[in-house]
Ligand binder design. Structure first.
Ligand SMILES: CCCCCCC/C=C/C(=O)SCCNC(=O)CCNC(=O)[C@H](O)C(C)(C)COP(=O)(O)OP(=O)(O)OC[C@H]1O[C@@H](n2cnc3c(N)ncnc32)[C@H](O)[C@@H]1OP(=O)(O)O
Length: 721
């Protein structure tokens, strides 16, 4: 794990732990022994720590944090490095992150390649740089930089690190050669001033002001998160306490964070996000054994909000788009909107003006499908109507070259049904983007019964190219995202009917960690949008909708949202929805007594007795109903693994990252407790089929011990299939 070699008067310790050279136990041991050996070796005058392969070191092994001896030995190793009688130079290329940067700060000198990335990302997994990082960095850079870097977790480049004194030199080429040349200048120089534990924080006198400034910013930016605050406190200690006292306190704070539920959730989320792109089909095809085809040109059908947003994603990533819209006025409007979105990106420094111009050149408007004959991939984004989509796919099948992939941005409709309108069902797939498509990171890719592995590989790869987090799911009504979110929204509305007000439900869920409650989301996305979908579904089922009912086809429903629609309250766009909005601050929701009156009248008319709904009930009914549906989705193999569902909730519905997602939340509450509560709600609300307990959940909950998440799906084959 650490290769030891001697090159003339230099000992080279090469960290060799692919893929990211994490500081796992054997790496720490190897470095410790290497330093010892080099100090005992008469030939050696200086020691270089470097990384084999693509990177120097990306930090502690995050998986080891779940075992009791987490990170033990890193500080001991660090002290061994700093105390070395022979100078130690860290030669950095690729990444020096977290514990990797700490090893560099224990070293006496640091040289780096100009492309290296440096940082303390621990806060992103709910921790702080607990191997004296919060005590050492301010001694090098001063307090303001250290507070910002440690509490934000951002990665910065070698130039910035050099400017702030973290790096002694940066080079263009091979960093090991640079370290060798550098060693000639420093061999024989006294080391004491190079040992950061012997130095002081230069701007210590300003610590209180800087702390208060940074704290105010952190509280605004990272609402509800503990780690950024403890990061700041530990940096403050570096200026107020002796080195040893601050280091001891840092270790205590690290221990507190390590066992915090936020860090446990964030560490889970780190790996869940990385597991999502590792798709697998029932036939055995998977990401590792399937090659995607190269997509050079694309077409997008429909220049509405979704189509325009998807076009932005593609052209921004350098992929040409033909945007087809038969209504010329809409097409012109969409092209203007796309241009405006890209101008916004320039203003936010997310792209340069030159990149914006280049992207816009990749966009071509067209009025007929014939223009799509030669493209490699088409994404249809017309409104949610099965017959319309089938007709479009039928035509595309005749127009497009035989290799063209045909994708639908449907959010609910069966992919098999759409694919059966073509002679190429193997090349038909769902690509479900989330609004606004150019902002939301999730792409829910949906395979049908006949979708080929190559088609799946291609949409997964395309998603990655355009910067999305892709999750693959199997076709069914509403797929995973909307299907598991539906009961969550339904229960929120039922509770308003039973006694809560929209703002009560929103506040509880926001306190839980959702950035916006469901009623604020509904106002943002448009009450008319939901209304139109309900009308379409009713039309397809041949149903006549009425406001004066509580049941439809044996299921409990609520017509509260339809009543708002009838009142012309479409949400933010009309200045009124579940809330009201002042023209002076059109995005700020204000609880509206008119809505409360409407709700009360509705309840009176429908004979519903209102009651107080406790906060705990709001959380349990919203989340447990979604969890129950999620277990069904797993059971039916619509989602391959629980992590996929959680990633969908994080990136599609902004579930707090530290909460993991509904499945992780269920694992933390305990499946037995979740199951028992679901059974109670099922008894209480017999007309909501989302409360019928999932068989898989029942099976898992019946075990005497909690079954870990990675074993959940094993219980499907042994029971139902
Ligand atoms: C008293 C005790 C005191 C102890 C104090 C300890 C203080 C130190 C704490 C730390 O160092 S915490 C870790 C800090 N480092 C990070 O958070 C880095 C996390 N990794 C990344 O940001 C990225 O992985 C990367 C390094 C930028 C590389 O990105 P890339 O896109 O190239 O690859 P990935 O797909 O993300 O990763 C590849 C592979 O590697 C796994 N992995 C990455 N980093 C770690 C890690 N630090 N520990 C364990 N595993 C890691 C990642 O999960 C991927 O593997 P698979 O999941 O695909 O199997």
């Amino acid at each position: 794990m650490v290769d030891y070699s001697v090159d003339r008067n230099l000992a080279i310790l090469g960290i060799n732990n692919p893929p990211v050279n994490a500081l796992s136990f054997h790496v720490r041991e190897g470095l410790f022994n290497g330093i010892k050996q080099a100090n005992a070796d008469r030939r050696v005058e200086a020691i270089v720590i470097t990384g084999k392969g693509k990177t120097y070191c990306s930090g502690a092994d995050i998986r080891e944090f779940s075992i009791p001896s987490a990170g033990k030995g890193l500080v001991t190793l660090g002290h061994r490095i700093e105390d070395s009688d022979k100078p130690v130079i860290s030669a950095i290329h690729g990444n020096a992150l977290g514990g990797g940067l700490e090893i560099a700060l224990f070293s006496h000198y640091r040289v780096a390649n100009k492309n290296a990335k440096i940082g303390f990302p621990e806060v992103l997994i709910g921790l702080l740089p607990g191997a004296e990082g919060t005590i050492r960095l301010p001694r090098v850079t001063g307090l303001a930089f250290a507070m910002d870097a440690i509490a934000s977790g951002r990665r910065f480049d070698a130039q910035e690190a050099h400017k702030h004194g973290i790096l002694d030199t940066i080079c263009d080429g091979d960093v090991l050669q640079e370290a060798k040349a550098f060693s000639k200048k420093i061999i024989g120089q006294p080391l004491d001033q190079r040992r950061l534990s012997k130095t002081h924080v230069k701007d210590a006198a300003d610590v209180d002001i800087k702390f208060e400034e940074a704290l105010a910013q952190i509280k605004r930016k990272y609402r509800g998160l503990i780690a950024p605050i403890l990061c700041l406190k530990s940096v403050r200690n570096s200026a107020k306490m002796s080195f040893d006292e601050a280091a001891a306190e840092e270790m205590r704070l690290f221990g507190e964070l390590l066992t915090s539920s936020q860090s446990i959730g964030l560490r889970y989320s780190f790996f869940a996000e990385r597991s999502a792109p590792k798709w697998k089909l029932p036939c055995g095809a998977c990401a590792d054994n399937t090659t995607p085809v190269d997509v050079k040109t694309t077409g997008v059908i429909g220049a509405g909000t979704m189509g325009s947003g998807i076009a932005v994603c593609l052209i921004r990533a350098g992929i040409p788009v033909i945007l087809v819209e038969k209504n010329q006025k809409m097409l012109d409007q969409a092209i203007k909107t796309i241009s405006r979105i890209l101008t916004g990106s320039v203003k936010l420094n997310r792209m340069t003006e030159k990149q914006r111009e280049h992207s816009l050149k990749l966009l071509k408007g067209a009025s007929t499908l014939d223009e799509l004959a030669g493209v490699d991939m088409v994404i249809e984004a017309v409104y949610e109507n099965l017959e319309l989509k089938r007709e479009i796919f039928h035509q595309l099948d005749k127009i497009c070259k035989s290799s063209t992939l045909l994708c639908s941005n449907t959010s609910t409709l069966d992919i098999d049904n759409i694919a059966s309108a073509t002679q190429r069902p193997d090349k038909v797939v769902g690509t479900h983007f989330f609004a606004p498509a150019y902002i939301m990171r999730l792409l829910e890719n949906v395979y049908g019964t006949k979708t080929s592995p190559t088609t799946v590989a291609t949409v997964m790869e395309l998603g990655k190219r355009i910067g999305k987090i892709c999750v693959l799911v199997k076709t069914c009504y509403a797929f995973v995202a909307n299907r598991t979110n539906q009961p969550f929204g339904a229960e929120a509305s039922f509770m308003v009917e039973e006694g809560a007000l929209p703002q009560d439900v929103d506040t509880v869920l926001e306190n839980f960690g959702m950035p916006m409650g469901p009623f604020k989301v509904s106002d943002l996305s448009g009450i008319d949008v939901g209304w139109r979908i309900r009308q379409e579904v009713a039309k397809a089922l041949g149903l006549k909708l009425t406001l004066e009912t509580r049941y439809r086809m044996g299921e409990r429903i609520t017509t509260l949202a339809d009543r708002l629609y009838e009142m012309g309250r479409y949400g933010i766009k009309t200045g009124k929805g579940w809330y009201r909005y002042e023209p002076t601050n059109p995005r700020k929701p204000i609880p509206d007594p008119d809505v409360a009156k409407m709700i009360q009248k509705h309840c009176m008319d429908m004979g519903i007795e209102r009651r107080n709904i406790p906060a705990q009930e709001v959380i349990e009914r919203c989340l447990f109903s979604a969890i129950n549906e999620s277990f069904r989705v797993l059971e039916q193999r619509i989602a391959e693994k629980p992590e996929d569902i959680d990633v969908i909730w994080q990136y599609g519905f902004s579930f707090p990252r530290y909460g993991g997602g509904p499945m992780f939340y269920a694992s933390q509450v305990g499946l037995k407790k979740v199951f028992e509560k679901i059974c109670i709600f099922h008894e209480q609300f017999p007309y909501s089929s989302h409360w019928v307990p999932s068989d898989l959940l029942r099976k898992l909950a019946s075990h005497s011990t909690e079954i870990p998440m990675d074993k959940w799906t094993q219980f499907i084959s042994s029971s139902k299939l």
